[in-house]
Design a protein around this ligand. Structure first.
Ligand code: ADP
Ligand code: MG
Length: 687
C-alpha cells in the first residue's frame, strides 16, 4: 500500500518520507522510534524534579510578555500542589491570548531548575475543557527519528493509521519466520512485536527499548540479519552458476613483474596469490575476499591478478572508496605495469570534459587496467571485455555499488571474476553475514622488517611536548603526520579546523615545511601535496582523516592524532597503519582532551598494547556499549535499520543455521524476507 493512501499524506510529504527510506505503508512500521515519552500519567507539579520529562496540568495564574534584548512569553501554571514557569522564546502575539489567565492547560516537557523555582521551556501544550476530562494516552508516546520539516505529529498520525491497518490485517505483513523457529526462540509474532515497539504499554522496559535491546526488537534484528545473509547467499549462488573467462598462467609478463619487484612476496602473499590464480583458471566466477591487515601488502596481490587477466586479453577494473586511495593505486599500478607495456586508465568523478571522453574511449576500446573511484560504476562507462573486478576496502562500498560494477562485466551468462580486498578485520561472525557465500583468503603476515608502532597516550595539556617531538623527529630526517579529527562529518568544518592547526604548527615549528591535506582540496592540489610529502619536501603533513585508508609513505614514522578519544578503535588502527611502513621505528601519539572517561581509557590502553587488527576489532565489539553512536562508522560496512552488529552479536551466531533452514525448507519465505528488509531482490537477478 502506498503512503499516499493514508489520510493526510500528499505527494510532497510522501517525497520527504521517501528520502528517509519509507515509501510503503509497511516501511513505516519498520521505521522504529528512537525514544519514548511517558504521557500516560499526570504529575503533580509539586512532586516534579528537574530533569524529568513529564505531563502536567494546571490553571494559568499569570501570563505576560517580558521585553528585553529578546522578548519572552512567561506563563505561571498552578495545579494546587505547586507552581511552574513556562517560558516561550519564540511565540506569536496570539499565544498570549491563548494562554491567558484562567486557562486550563496540559503541558509536556522537561522540568528545569530555574531562577525562581521549576520551569519548562517551550513545552508542548493543549487546552483542557473546564473539567479537564480529556483522555490521557494509555500507551507511551514514541518519538521517531526524523528530518527537517517533518514533525512528530506527522509520524504519529501516519503510524497510527499503519498500525490500525495492520491490526485489521489489511497490510501485507506476513509472518515470515517459520513457526517452529518462533516457538523455539520464544519470539513474539511480528504484528505483536511491531505494535509493542510503536506503542508500548506504560510499564514497558523503556531502557531496553531505547537501547534496541528489547525482545520485540531483537526479533526484528534477527529478521534483518537473516535477510542480509540470505541476500548475499542468493547473490553468490546466482553468480556461481554463471561462467567467467578462464585465465591461463600468464608466463613472461608475470615473471618479468616479479623480477622487477623490489621485494619478495611473503609466504602469506604467495599463498593468497596462488589461491586467486587457482580461482581465475576456472570457468566459474571467482568470489574471493582478501583479508589482510593494514600494510600486509594487498596491492601487489591485486596487481598480480590484473596481470594474469590482461595476459589473457581481458580488462581489470580496480576501484577504491576514496579519491586519495584510488589515486595512489593508480600511481603504484602505473609504476609497476608501465615498464611491462600496460598503461592504466584513470577515472574519477573529477575527470571531466575531453579527458573524460578520452578515458571512456580507452575503456571502451579495451584498455587493460582501469583504476578509479565509484565513477567506474556509473553510466556511460562501458568495458569491452571486463574480466576481473577488484574492489579495495570494500566495506566502504555498499553491496549495491558492487553490483553495479559487476554488471559492467556481465554478458549473457558470462560474468567477471571478483576480488574484494579489505583491511577491516572482520570478526568471523560478522563475515558470515556480510560476506556470506564468499571464499576468504587471509594475509596473516606482515612484510619482514616491520617493527610494531610504539603508541603513547598524551593529554592535550602536553601539546608543547608533542610539538617538540615532531621538531626532533623531523630534524632527524623523519616525516610526520598530524591528524585533526572532528565530531562533525562536515568536510568544510574539518578543512577549516585543519587549516587552523596547520597555521598554529607553522608558527611553532620554524624551518619545517608543513603541508596540508583535506577533502576539500582540488585533486591536482591533493596530488601535489602527496607528491611533495612522498619525496620528502614536506616534513609534516597536517591532515583530516582523509588519509585514513591506504596512504603509503614509508618514510613517515611519526603520527600525532588529535582528539583521538573521539575515534573508534578500528579507525585509530587504520590511521596508525599509515606509519611503520618503513624500516625506522615508528611511533604514534594519541592526544586526548582530558578528562578521559573509563571507556575511552580502556580504548587507549588497547591501542597501546596491541597492533593486531583482529584483536582490536574483537575488543572494539566488546567495548562498544549498546547504542553507542560510533556504530556504523566503526565497522563501517552495512547500514542496518534495526540490527547492530555489536549489540546483536548473540544473534549473529544463529544466523547461518537459520538461513540454511529457510533456504532449504522455505525458499519463498527467504525471498520475501529479502524483499522486506533489503528491497526489491529482482535487481540481483540481472547479475
Ligand atoms: P595494504 O595491505 O595496507 O594495502 P600495501 O599493499 O599498501 O598494504 O603495502 C604496504 C607497503 O608494503 C607498500 O609500500 C608495499 O610496497 C610494501 N610491501 C608489500 N609487500 C611487501 C613485501 N613482501 N616485502 C616488503 N615490502 C612489501
Ligand atoms: Mg591498501
Amino acid at each position: 500500500m502506498a503512503l499516499t493512501d493514508l489520510h493526510g499524506v500528499g505527494p510532497k510529504l510522501a517525497d520527504k518520507m521517501k528520502a528517509l527510506g519509507v515509501s510503503q505503508v509497511t516501511d513505516l512500521l519498520f521505521h522504529l522510534p528512537s525514544r519514548y515519552e511517558d504521557r500516560t500519567r499526570i504529575h503533580p507539579i509539586g512532586s516534579c524534579r528537574p530533569g524529568q520529562r513529564v505531563l502536567i496540568e494546571g490553571r494559568v495564574e499569570h501570563s505576560t510578555i517580558v521585553r528585553g534584548r529578546r522578548s519572552m512569553l512567561v506563563v505561571i501554571l498552578f495545579d494546587g500542589t505547586g507552581r511552574i514557569t513556562l517560558r516561550f522564546f519564540h511565540f506569536r502575539v496570539y499565544q498570549k491570548q491563548q494562554l491567558a489567565q484562567g486557562t486550563q492547560l496540559r503541558c509536556f516537557g522537561e522540568i528545569r531548575a530555574g531562577f525562581k523555582g521549576l520551569e519548562m521551556v517551550h513545552p508542548s501544550y493543549s487546552h483542557l475543557s473546564r473539567y479537564g476530562d480529556e483522555a490521557i494516552a494509555d500507551r507511551l508516546t514514541p518519538v521517531y527519528p526524523t528530518a527537517e520539516g517533518l514533525g512528530q505529529k506527522n509520524w504519529i498520525k501516519m503510524t497510527d493509521q499503519a498500525l490500525a491497518l495492520m491490526r485489521r490485517g489489511e497490510l501485507e505483513l506476513e509472518e515470515l519466520l517459520p513457526a517452529t523457529l518462533l516457538g523455539q526462540l520464544k519470539l513474539l509474532p511480528l504484528a505483536d512485536a511491531l505494535d509493542y515497539i510503536h506503542r508500548p504499554p506504560p510499564n514497558a522496559d523503556v531502557a531496553a527499548l531505547v537501547l534496541r535491546d528489547h525482545p520485540t526488537q531483537k526479533r526484528l534484528a534477527l529478521e534483518e540479519l537473516l535477510a542480509h545473509n540470505l541476500s548475499m547467499q542468493k547473490l553468490h549462488r546466482l553468480q556461481r552458476v554463471l561462467k567467467a573467462p578462464t585465465m591461463r598462467p600468464g608466463g613472461a609478463l608475470e615473471i618479468d613483474f616479479m623480477e622487477r619487484l623490489p621485494f619478495r612476496l611473503t609466504g602469506a602473499q604467495q599463498r593468497v596469490a596462488k589461491e586467486i590464480c587457482h580461482d581465475l583458471e576456472h570457468s566459474k566466477p571467482m568470489l574471493r575476499l582478501v583479508h589482510g591487515d593494514v600494510g600486509s601488502g594487498k596491492t601487489v596481490i591485486a596487481a598480480l591478478a590484473a596481470l594474469r587477466t590482461s595476459g589473457n586479453g581481458y580488462q581489470t577494473a580496480v576501484s577504491a572508496p576514496t579519491e586519495l586511495l584510488a589515486e595512489q593505486h593508480f600511481r603504484v599500478f602505473s609504476e609497476w605495469l608501465e615498464p611491462l607495456g600496460i598503461k592504466p586508465v584513470w577515472l574519477s568523478g573529477k575527470v571531466t570534459g575531453k579527458r573524460r571522453t578520452e578515458a571512456l574511449q580507452r575503456i571502451n576500446q579495451g584498455a587493460e587496467v582501469v583504476i578509479g573511484t565509484h565513477a567506474l560504476m556509473q553510466k556511460g562507462v562501458e568495458f569491452s571485455r571486463l574480466g576481473l573486478v577488484i574492489v579495495d576496502e570494500q566495506h566502504r562500498f555498499g553491496v549495491d555499488q558492487r553490483m553495479d560494477l559487476l554488471k559492467k562485466g556481465s554478458r549473457g551468462d558470462q560474468q567477471a571474476h571478483q576480488l574484494i580486498m579489505t583491511a577491516t578485520p572482520i570478526p568471523r561472525t560478522l563475515a558470515m553475514t556480510a560476506y556470506a557465500g564468499m571464499d576468504v583468503s587471509v594475509i596473516d603476515e606482515l612484510p619482514p622488517g616491520r617493527k610494531p608502532v610504539t603508541t603513547v597516550v598524551m593529554s592535550n595539556e602536553r601539546r608543547g611536548e608533542v610539538i617538540q617531538r615532531v621538531a626532533n623527529a623531523c630534524a632527524d630526517g623523519q616525516q610526520a603526520y598530524w591528524v585533526c579529527t572532528l565530531i562533525e562529518e562536515s568536510d568544510v568544518i574539518a578543512a577549516e579546523a585543519a587549516e587552523d592547526v596547520a597555521r598554529d604548527l607553522g608558527s611553532a615549528l620554524h624551518g619545517l615545511n608543513i603541508g596540508l591535506i583535506h577533502g576539500r582540496l582540488k585533486p591536482a592540489d591533493k596530488q601535489r601535496v602527496m607528491d611533495e610529502f612522498k619525496t620528502g619536501q614536506i616534513h609534516l603533513l597536517v591532515a583530516t582523516t582523509v588519509i585514513e585508508v591506504g596512504v603509503d609513505v614509508p618514510n613517515a614514522s611519526l603520527m600525532i592524532i588529535e582528539n583521538s578519544e573521539r575515534l573508534g578503535l578500528a579507525q585509530l588502527h587504520q590511521l596508525r597503519g599509515r606509519v611503520g611502513r618503513g624500516y625506522k621505528q615508528a611511533s604514534c601519539v594519541l592526544m586526548y582532551n582530558p578528562p578521559l572517561g573509563d571507556l575511552a581509557k580502556q580504548r587507549m590502553e588497547i591501542m597501546r598494547q596491541t597492533a593486531d587488527g583482529f584483536v582490536i576489532a574483537e575488543k572494539d565489539l566488546q567495548l562498544r556499549g549498546p547504542g553507542e553512536v560510533l556504530g556504523t562508522r566503526q565497522t563501517g560496512m552495512l547500514l542496518f535499520r534495526v540490527a547492530d552488529l555489536a549489540r546483536d552479536a548473540d544473534l549473529l551466531k544463529m544466523i547461518p543455521a537459520v538461513a540454511d533452514t529457510l533456504l532449504t525448507q522455505h525458499p519463498e519465505q527467504a525471498d520475501k524476507l529479502i524483499r522486506r528488509w533489503i528491497g526489491d531482490a529482482s535487481r540481483f537477478a540481472g547479475v
